[in-house]
Design a protein around this ligand. Structure first.
Ligand SMILES: [Zn+2]
Length: 458
């Protein structure tokens, strides 16, 4: 059986999050507990697994009759009695899992309200697990609300959702809310250690930390990597190097230095050639972004004197800072991108077309004329306002200010402000909503007026 299914958490102790473990132990230490729960948080953090564990805690035959405060051990389901095993196997008739996405109408909820009146057949309590509850229609929510207002004593509700803001407040207020967040690295390593112990694998802690990084909070991905690496380890100790080798990460350091060289030279063609070479070797783009950021972050700390400066590239402090900003956006985008390398490609394109950040800074210091020589001479006032605009913009967005440096002022009549540029990509960059807002805000700061900003190609 694959690790993921085999090691899906079966009791509280096996859940990643220390906070959720503590909450559940505390809620179920008494014999009275809430009749409705709301589990919120992103996909893949174990909401449904936890809901099944709760169904088992409530119905497990082993500790049913304990009166008074229960110990953590007594709260845990035994995972051996009929109730526990049937819930684990998904064939307990009193535990109903409903997918809110495909049963979203009033008829389904009415049906649920009818059936809920009947006592459980064998379990102590009927447990209704409604997944993706935010998908229910308004009518269905109203029907559900009536049930939650007067629930039969034999029923427990567990509502799960990735989008809590779409669940009506009247429902939320009747539930005990547990929010699931991404496991910390330490918590994740704890879960991987559990699997590796159960499988009798020899693993170095560093290897598990590396897997946790690669899996980025997803238990499913993490155990999959562990399983794949265990297959090539041939019973030997699983080391960080082995994990890296499996994921073609050895030698990534060389790629990082080469890429930083290409980027500091703004050599787009060579940067793309390198990217292609890496892709052929199976280097994961998202992981490469992370490693680039780690390297730059170290350089940043080196440049400001917190760490020893060991940087092997020529990037300046403002460039490093700017590159980190752009990379963190690329990293965020890569999570949702259909093609995982695309955000990295966009980053390279944007970086190589931006005016060097260092230039912006040195010009500020040397106070040289930022307007290109070929620009027709403007009236003094107009020239000054454009210079002031660059300075003002720099406070909000260095990159937009950088682009402005190679543009000029076409006209300004107190109402509209027209910027001229030779490059299509500069026009597009300045017309981005965020850039436009920066320009408008900066101009308002300077002139006290709301100006119409437009960009034209010369
Ligand atoms: Zn049991």
């Amino acid at each position: 059986m694959v690790f993921y299914r085999k090691y899906r958490p079966q009791k509280i102790e096996e859940l990643d999050s220390a906070e959720i473990r503590e909450t559940l132990y505390s809620v179920f230490s008494k014999n009275t507990y809430p009749h409705a729960f709301l589990f919120t948080g992103p996909k893949g953090l174990g909401k449904t697994s936890t809901a099944r564990i709760v169904a088992k805690i409530i119905n497990c035959e082993k500790h049913r009759d304990i009166k008074g405060k229960k110990t953590e051990k007594e709260i845990e389901p035994c995972n051996h009695c009929d109730q526990c095993t049937s819930i684990s196997n998904g064939n307990n008739f009193d535990i109903l899992e409903i997918d809110g996405a495909s049963n979203r109408g009033i008829d389904e909820i009415r049906d649920l309200r009818e059936k809920i009146k009947l006592s459980p057949s064998r379990a102590l309590k009927k447990v209704y697990i409604i997944d993706e509850v935010h998908m229910l229609t308004t009518e269905a929510f109203n029907a559900l609300l009536k049930t939650l207002e007067e629930p039969p004593s034999h029923a427990i509700f567990i509502l799960c959702t990735t989008e809590p803001n779409k669940v009506p407040g009247t429902i939320v207020s009747r539930c005990f809310h547990i929010n699931f967040t991404k496991a910390t690295q330490e918590e994740f390593v704890r879960s991987l250690t559990r699997v590796s112990k159960a499988e009798d694998l020899k693993t170095e802690k560093d290897a598990l930390v590396e897997i946790a990084k690669l899996a980025d909070g997803s238990f499913r991905d993490g155990v999959k990597i562990l399983e794949e690496v265990s297959l090539i380890s041939n019973g030997k100790t699983i080391t960080k190097d082995l994990v890296d080798e499996k994921f073609k990460l050895l030698g990534i350091e060389g790629y990082i230095l080469e890429m930083l060289d290409r980027l500091s030279e703004k050599d787009r063609k060579k940067a793309f050639e390198l990217l292609e070479k890496m892709q052929k070797q199976g280097v994961d783009a998202r992981f490469f972004i992370e490693k680039l950021m780690e390297n730059l972050h170290e350089s940043l700390l080196g440049k400001i004197g917190v760490l020893e400066d060991k940087a092997k590239h020529k990037l300046t402090l403002p460039e490093i800072k700017r590159m980190l900003e752009m990379l963190s956006k690329a990293h965020m985008d890569s999570r949702y991108s259909l093609l995982s390398q695309m955000p990295l490609e966009f980053f390279i394109i944007e970086w190589t077309e931006e005016v060097p950040v260092a230039e912006v800074v040195s010009e500020k210091e040397s106070n040289s004329d930022p307007v290109p020589a070929k620009v027709p001479v403007k009236a003094d006032g107009e020239e000054k306002i454009f210079k002031d605009l660059i300075e003002e913009t720099k406070k909000h967005n260095v990159s937009v200010a950088g682009v402005l440096h190679s543009c000029s002022l076409k006209s300004y009549d107190g109402k509209s402000f027209i910027i001229e540029t030779k490059y299509k990509f500069h026009k597009e960059r300045l017309e981005e909503q965020k850039a436009k807002k920066v320009l408008q805000d900066s101009l308002k700061e300077l002139t006290g007026k709301e100006l119409e900003v437009s960009v034209i190609l010369s």
